[in-house]
Ligand binder design. Structure first.
Ligand code: HEC
Length: 170
């Protein structure tokens, strides 16, 4: 073995020893800083729950009331089955689907201010009127051209139109 090899091995072992010493020191230091906090936490579910609890809770009710416990809140907002789609009022349906023709009188559509015309038409009976609106009649498209509306929706819209025209169903 040459002299150069001796020097290399000596230096190599010195550095290796220093690294091992540093590792042991770091380990001891970490233990003393932690004070066994880890072991304390692991054996104590209460402490864990406190540490990971949410930063805020929703408070409903009057000011000064006790906050509602989280489990109660969760039960209150849990959906009961599929939520029913909000039912549109006759006015809403008229405004979105029927207004285009029935406000201006496009293609001979009876307008809302034509009380006489509506009075004559309603004389056939409300049911037939609704049926014609559902199935379409001449230039009046079935369901006003909006097939997503139900027969009940159309009925409410027709009732709204009659109210606006000042005509009462027989
Ligand atoms: C594209 C234009 C148009 C739209 C949109 C429209 N209507 Fe009409 N509607 C007409 C026309 C035109 C008539 C006249 C039909 C006839 O008697 O010849 C009419 C007639 C009616 C009548 C009278 C039917 C009868 O038996 O005399 C009702 C009721 C009615 N519409 C309801 C509605 C409702 C409700 C909507 C919305 C859901 C609607 N319409 C949307 C054009 C329209």
């Amino acid at each position: 073995m040459s002299h150069a090899d001796d020097v290399f091995i000596k230096n190599f072992l010195a550095i290796l020893g220093a690294l091992v010493l540093f590792t042991i020191l770091a380990f001891i230091l970490a233990r003393s800083v932690g004070f066994g906090a880890m072991e304390q936490m692991q054996g104590n579910p209460q402490a864990v729950a406190e540490r990971i609890q949410p930063v805020g809770a929703v408070r409903t009710g009057k000011p000064g009331d006790e906050p509602v416990p989280l489990e109660t809140q969760a039960a209150a907002v849990a959906p009961a089955g599929v939520p029913a789609a909000a039912e549109q009022t006759g006015e809403q349906i008229y405004n979105t689907t029927c207004m285009a023709c029935h406000t201006t009188g496009v293609a001979g559509a009876p307008k809302l201010d034509e009380k006489d015309v509506w009075a004559a038409r309603v004389a056939q009976g409300l049911d037939l009127l609704v049926q014609n609106a559902v199935n379409g009649k001449n230039a009046m498209p079935a369901k006003g051209g909006n097939p997503s509306l139900s027969d009940d929706d159309i009925k409410r819209a027709v009732e709204y139109m009659l109210t606006q025209a000042g005509v009462s169903a027989p």
